[in-house]
Design a protein around this ligand. Structure first.
Ligand SMILES: [Zn+2]
Length: 758
């Protein structure tokens, strides 16, 4: 006879902060505020509701004959129904049979069903079902929702006056609405309090104090402190109460920082921004702003949660590659990396400076976020291998193969979410922090996704080898991101008092669509994204200018106590060549001792220093073929390959090219005299077309280490030009394969093969 279950209405999704403060909630599917709650009723509310509704609840079998008789008598003399005489069990049946008319027949059915209910349910079950499903005014259903909605606290924390207020509502829910009802509500509450006092449930002091308490003010909208986080949790645990890892104070702080920055960015045509604060030690999310919100925190952008959105990563993944190459023994922190004009599959990466350094220490390339060295590094490391690393760091977004992404992967050729990126950075930071705290132990699975719920165990599905990267490689990487000079010489960074503790990296995607900044400290990891959710680019949008200021404001509001300490057990000293940053060879004239970490294999020694002989004035190189040993002076000379030398010497005036070989001193080992800048060997090139659809000329270019060299250019054995000093030549080759050869007056020559595509 009884429907089972008695109620099957959906619940609101409710999110609390880590200390049980309400962060926000969504109405249930039937548009009611109905929170799941504890089955055990708080003492004060139970006393209040039973005194008000059903004093003999624990003694009657579901119906109370005395009360029915009294109510029939009263109703007959009044000529209408003035009192229900219903027990809580009957009222529960009535609530479950929604919208039935209040007539005697219905009352009879309710009575019979109430007896049935008592046979199948304990008194406590009936009382908690009643509290969970009774109406409390408007679209508020159940004690739990009412308690949060009207008093902003959980039912256990309600005072006697508040419990009494709620106890009178189920039978007069309209009283909660403002206006003249307020006095009626107060009268009913006070009369219940008096009852409780007379029953000796509260003493006279409690009674007097309770009478002084106001009844709730006008009902304000439900708390919405983290609307996008609520949607995110709703997508996982809809209709549940979730005790999240969010810290309400930090959430409010983040909300106000985002609100300060939003107008500036909007003026600039940037409509959206997102930020995350994560605890380094636990990888728990402490604050989550999925997008800019208006003051009312309206969730019109509910589905534009830019923390979960997949966006082009720009340069934000470069530190992973740097750390991995340190780990693999491919580089030392300051190893020279090529930074020269280069074509990769007809793709021409540029640095943001539009300049080339020739050769640049890896750590400087990282902190200045140079693109060309990063592409060379990825080429050496391998795209496929890098994709495996990203998976191990917890990324699930990079689903395609190496060919799909190509070398642009390191410059933003793939998409990932702020959630994943901050997760990877926080995982790395956690390794360094735990290594220090736990005497050289690695955390169990540092690269699992960020945690957001404290009533759930860490997710196990992304269990990866915890030594993806050694603590030492991560520490060296964060060290490079911590102390080196910053791009664009932005003013104001030095005002951030704690900036020396922050290892931070920015990124800007192609077309100025995404600005990223992620900073790591031993206490917190903060990630910021800014841009347009629509994908519209804004000239001038950059990680440094648009995202980093928000990140620094967030860090400034946080208390940074700890630092990253080097993982001493993994650190060792190594003698390196000061100029090349590689392990010193016997020819390296200036060396220094640096602190290095664990590497899979030793890094190959410096190959930049050559042992040569010159005359007394170091004007010419000599050999034993042309000079007596007594007039030969030995040197260890730092020599870069020609194209690198070409760019490097412009930035380093002290750089001295190798002196020319003296006449008759043998054949020049002239791989170093000159080299091609464009085209490179075995490359395929397209010729640009002009407005009349005619192919333009290509600009061939070489570098030569001698200032006054004269160079003869041959295409497929036909002389096509002569250059001096500036070795650029405009020429329009036919479509197809060619060989280009350059010869200088000293007889040095060099060839490249290339293919002109249609
Ligand atoms: Zn060297």
């Amino acid at each position: 006879m009884l429907p089972r279950p008695l109620f099957n209405d959906g619940f609101s999704t409710v999110v609390f902060d880590r200390n049980g403060m309400l962060l926000g909630a969504k109405v249930a599917p039937d548009q009611q505020w109905r929170f799941q709650g504890d089955t055990i009723l708080p003492y004060k509310f139970e006393k209040a509701i039973l005194n008000y509704e059903d004093k003999y609840f624990y003694y009657h079998p579901g119906i109370n004959i005395f009360s029915i008789v009294t109510s029939i008598r009263d109703n007959l003399s009044a000529g209408k129904i003035v009192r229900g005489g219903s027990t809580i069990s009957m009222q529960l049946i009535r609530i479950s049979r929604k919208g039935k008319p209040r007539v005697y027949v219905e009352k009879l059915i309710e009575s019979i069903m109430a007896i049935g209910l008592e046979c199948t349910h304990s008194k406590r079950e009936i009382l908690s079902l009643y509290s969970a499903n009774a109406p409390f005014g408007g679209n508020v259903v159940g004690l739990n929702a009412a308690s949060w909605r009207y008093f902003k606290r959980s039912p256990e924390d309600l005072s006697w006056a508040e419990s009494a207020t709620l106890a009178v509502l189920p039978n007069a829910p309209a009283l909660i609405h403002p206006g003249r009802n307020r006095d009626a509500l107060k009268l009913k509450r006070n009369s219940l309090l008096k009852d409780l006092y007379e029953e000796k449930i509260i003493d006279s002091i409690q009674y007097q104090l309770a009478l002084l308490e106001p009844i709730p003010d006008e009902v304000v909208p439900m708390e919405q402190l983290a609307p996008h986080f609520l949607e995110f949790v709703n997508s996982k645990f809809s209709g549940k109460l979730t005790y999240s890892t969010i810290d309400i104070k930090k959430q409010q702080l983040l909300n106000s920082i985002m609100a300060q920055h939003a107008p500036t960015l909007k003026e600039f045509g940037v409509e959206n921004g997102a930020a995350l604060i994560v605890d380094t030690d636990t990888k728990e999310i402490l604050a989550y702003a999925g997008n800019f919100s208006n003051q009312k925190m309206e969730i019109k952008d509910a589905f534009n949660d830019m923390i979960q959105a997949k966006r082009s990563t720009g340069s934000i993944m470069k530190p992973f590659l740097y750390a991995a190459m340190l780990d693999g023994g491919e580089i030392l922190p300051n190893s020279l990396i090529r930074d020269i004009p280069s074509y990769f599959d007809n793709y021409f990466p540029q640095n943001y400076t539009n300049e080339f350094e020739g050769a640049v220490p890896a750590s400087l390339a990282l902190s200045k976020s140079l693109n060309v060295p990063a592409v060379y590094m990825l080429q050496e490391y391998g795209i496929g291998r890098f994709l495996i690393l990203l998976k191990q760091l917890g990324f699930t977004s990079f689903k395609r193969n190496a060919d799909f992404y190509g070398l642009t992967l390191i410059l933003g050729g793939g998409e990932a979410s702020l959630f994943e990126l901050v997760g990877a950075y926080a995982g790395m930071a956690k390794v360094v922090v735990d290594y220090d705290k736990n005497y050289g132990k690695y955390p169990e699975n540092p690269y699992q996704p960020l945690r957001y719920s404290i009533n759930r165990k860490p997710e196990k599905e992304n269990y990866y080898n915890n030594k993806v990267l050694h603590a030492s490689s991560i520490w060296l990487t964060y060290n490079a991101l911590r102390k080196v000079s910053r791009p664009d010489s932005e003013t104001g960074w030095e005002n951030f008092t704690s900036s020396s503790k922050i290892a931070w990296k920015t990124g800007t995607s192609h077309g100025f669509k995404d600005a990223w900044a992620i900073g790591s400290t031993a206490d917190y990891v903060v990630g910021v994204w800014a841009g347009n959710a629509t994908g519209l680019g804004r000239n001038g949008l950059s990680g440094t200018k648009s995202a980093a200021p928000i990140m620094f404001d967030i860090f400034n509001s946080l208390d940074l106590k700890s630092e990253f300490y080097p993982p001493y057990d993994e650190m060792n000293e190594i003698e390196v060549c000061k100029q090349s940053g590689y392990p010193a060879s016997r020819y390296c004239s200036e060396t220094e001792i640096i602190t290095n970490g664990v590497q899979e294999k030793p890094v190959k020694v410096c190959s930049y220093h050559k042992h040569i002989f010159t005359d007394k004035n170091t004007e010419f190189r000599l050999s034993q073929e042309c000079a007596d040993i007594s007039e030969m002076y030995a040197h260890n000379w730092f020599v870069l390959p020609p194209v690198q030398e070409h760019y490097y010497s412009k930035k380093h005036p002290a750089y001295r090219p190798l002196p020319p070989l003296k006449r008759d001193c043998g054949k020049a080992d002239e791989e170093n005299a000159m080299d091609f800048i464009y085209p490179t060997n075995n490359s395929s090139i397209y010729l640009a077309v002009d407005e009349r659809n005619r192919r333009r000329e290509a600009v061939f270019e070489i570098s030569h280490n001698s200032q006054n060299a004269i160079v003869y250019w041959h295409l497929d054995n036909k002389l096509i030009g002569i250059t001096q000093a500036n070795h650029q030549l405009d020429y329009k080759p036919e479509i197809g394969k060619h060989t280009l050869t350059v010869v200088d007056q000293a007889g040095n020559y060099k060839s490249v093969k290339f293919n002109v595509l249609h």
